[in-house]
Every structure is written in C-alpha cells, then in structure tokens.
Design a protein around this ligand. Structure first.
Ligand SMILES: [Fe+2]
Length: 414
C-alpha cells in the first residue's frame, strides 16, 4: 500500500474508533441502567457466536451475533446492548491469529457506532410493553434497528476495504454485503423470538432460541472452509503441473493477475472478479491430459501434436464445470482459445458468441505466452507483445478488451 493510502486508512480507523467510543459513552451516560443478568447471559452467547463467525471474501465477516445483541436491546435497552456489543469485539481467533491492533480498534469503533445509533433510534420509537410485543409498530422498530445497524456496519467496513485495496466502495459493498440484506430479516425474526420467549418463560429459553443461530453460523463457516480447501487443492495441482514444464511455471498465476487488472478496468463487480481470477488460475488445467513430451518438445509441433494440445480447453471445461461455484462461467475455459474472427478453437465461434470472461482469459493468456520463453522461440519484449496485440485487435482479440490489456501493460512499464 502506498504512503498516502496508509495515512488515509490510519486516520479513518482512529476516527471511527474515537467516534465509536463517543457514541458508546453517550449511550451509557444517557440511559445508565445496565442489566447485569443481561450482560452475563447475552455476553456469553455473543462471545460463542462471534467466535464461530465465517470469513467472507475480501476480509469481511458474517456473524449472527447481531441477532443476539438485538435481542439484548429489545429486552434490556441500549446500555446493555452496548456492553454486549463490546464483548463481541473480543474475537479469540483474531487474537490468536495476531490480527493487527488497528483492526481491533476499527472493529470496536464500527460496532459501537452501528449499535449505538441503532439502539438510540430504537429506544426512541419502541414501546416497551409486553402486551404490545407483536404489534406492527414494534416489529417495525425492530426491523428499523436491524437495518440501521446493518447499513452502518457494512458501509463503515466497506469504506475501510475500499481505502486499503483501492477498490470502488460500491463494488466492495455489493460483493461483500448486498447478499446479506435478506439475512437481516432472519436475524431480526430470531431476535424477536429470543426476546419474546425470554419474557414469557425466562432465561433458560436462550438454550433453545440461540442454539439454532449458533448452529446456522457454524454450518456457514464449514461451507466457506470447504470451498477454500477445494480451491487450494486444485491450485496445488496446477502448480505441480506447471512445475513439470519449466516454460510454463507461474503462467496461470500471471494470467490471473492480468485478468484481474482487466476486470478492474472493466469495472466488473467483486463477485465476478473473484470468479474470473479463479477461472484464470485453472484455465489450462486441461493440459493435465496432454502428454508432457509434446508440451516440452523443442522445435515446432506436428499436426498430430497440435490436435493433442488443442483438446485442453475441452478437458479443462469438463473438470471445472463440476465445481459448483465456478460452473456458471466455466465455458470461459472452453473458449479461452477462441478468436473474435472465428478462427480459434475448439468451436470456432466468433464475436459476441464468446463470453467476456473468455475474451479476457484469451488476451491475458496470449500476452503471458508471448512474453515468456518457449522451447521453440525466445520471449518477445513487452513492447513487441503489445504491438502484436494491437495488430490483432478485432481479429484474434476483442477490440475493447485488447485495448484494456494494452493499458495494463503500459501501466506495468511505469
Ligand atoms: Fe490454454
């Protein structure tokens, strides 16, 4: 990260932390009455729930702890909810992983701001009356609190990611958080159920009401872990495959880097960008079926060799389309050697019949192939490769995407 951005991020983190403390101080000062039993019971729950939260792509995190702190707000009011939220900040996994202190400061600040504002609004509009628990106005108040918390929390966090990774704020938010909007309804409903049963039958009901929350959390955590494990093992296969052929070592990783840069210029959302990067890493996995003696062959390929090599997009496609979270765009692998003029392979399709993802992979792949040594020729210089892409715009490469690749290469120069 460059100096300016580090400075901006630091100022932002301390600003959020100080405002968070001020908001928490204000809530405690105005309302004062902290419920000890509320803090103990809900503190334990939120501590358990938060330590089972699942990491999201691009450093965000999802956790049902808000359902629990919202229940404490409904039952005991803002000061208890603020203390319970404060407890949730102590995420043991983050301490064990030695997450830098400023991340703790930031988390503390943004949770306290989000909960503080949500709880003050809530307290001002909610009628604390057991008989009116399920009237429309009160349910509306609970939903309002849930969404105020959600939007403040996610926008503050997205802004930090946007500053540190230099990605458009809206993109970060849409990719990491937009899909959680309906999830807040579920959390609000759980909070209503938790507090209603608590009021009616007492604290032991927490065992039944919050357990599903924690199990839901844990299931999600397992899903995220499984997905990462699967991707990692496939990437290992790619690495082993490329290591056997000294000419292609690191090829897929570089193609993934170029593809990501093009995606940024195209302003693809974060979800699509991550999908594209994963596909780029795997684009040549079909070569696993091509005989190594062909791939490493010095001199030119015979027609038979070519026929063999040209099977790799189809083989790769067959492999990747079996991976649930990649299959929607797996045909980018099938078509990464197509040309917009229709002279490519394996299908010979042209123009708009080729997906944007495939067009990006095609130019990123070609550029990396041109700029690395091959058994039968030396690498081209960046400038020569750039001219080659320029010459082939609208024939081998999509004109717009090819131009973007040229911009990426130019920026690489400076
Ligand atoms: Fe390829």
């Amino acid at each position: 990260m460059d100096k300016d951005r580090t400075l901006t991020l630091n100022i932002y983190v301390y600003f959020v932390f100080v405002i968070g403390l001020a908001v928490a101080g204000y809530v405690l000062y105005i309302y004062r009455d902290v419920s000890v039993i509320g803090v103990v019971l809900f503190g334990v729950l939120i501590f358990a729930a938060d330590n089972l939260s699942a990491p999201l792509p691009k450093t965000g995190s999802v956790s049902v702890n808000f359902g629990i702190s919202l229940a404490s707000l409904i039952l005991f009011g803002p000061p208890t909810a603020i203390v319970v939220t404060f407890i949730s900040i102590f995420n043991m996994r983050e301490f064990i992983r030695r997450v830098p202190y400023y991340k703790h400061l930031f988390n503390a600040g943004q949770y306290l701001i989000s909960m503080g504002v949500a709880s003050v609004v809530f307290e001002n509009i909610y009628t604390r009356d057991a008989s009116g628990f399920f009237n429309a106005a009160n349910i509306g108040c609970i939903l309002a609190a849930a969404y105020i918390f959600f939007f403040l929390n996610t926008i503050l966090t997205a802004a930090a990611i946007s500053i540190s990774e230099k990605i458009n704020l809206l993109n970060v938010w849409v990719f990491n958080y937009a899909w959680l909007i309906p999830f807040q309804l579920f959390l609000a409903a759980m909070a209503v159920a938790i507090s209603f049963l608590y009021n009616l039958y007492g604290p032991f009901t927490l065992l039944f009401t919050s357990l599903p929350l924690i199990i839901a959390q844990y299931t999600y955590l397992l899903r995220v872990k499984e997905r990462r494990a699967l991707l990692n093992s496939i990437l290992q296969i790619v690495k082993i495959m490329e290591a056997k052929d000294p000419y292609t070592a690191g090829h897929s990783v570089r193609v993934a880097e170029y593809s990501e840069k093009i995606a940024r210029k195209l302003k693809l959302n974060e979800y699509d960008t991550e999908l594209l990067v994963n596909l780029a890493n795997l684009h040549d996995i079909g070569k696993i079926q091509v005989d190594l003696s062909i791939l490493n062959k010095p001199g030119h390929f015979t027609k038979k060799d070519w026929d063999e090599v040209k099977k790799h997009p189809e083989v790769g496609y067959e492999i990747v389309k079996e991976i649930t979270f990649l299959k929607s765009e797996a045909d980018a692998i099938l078509h990464h050697h197509e040309r917009v003029d229709g002279k490519g392979y394996p299908k010979g399709i042209k123009g708009d019949k080729i997906s944007v993802f495939a067009k990006i992979l095609a130019v990123a792949d070609a550029y990396d192939a041109m700029t690395t040594d091959r058994p039968y020729r030396r690498a081209l210089t960046k400038k020569e490769a750039m001219e080659e892409i320029e010459r082939n715009l609208g024939m081998q490469f999509d004109a717009k995407i090819g131009e973007l690749m040229i911009e990426v290469i130019r920026e690489d120069y400076s």
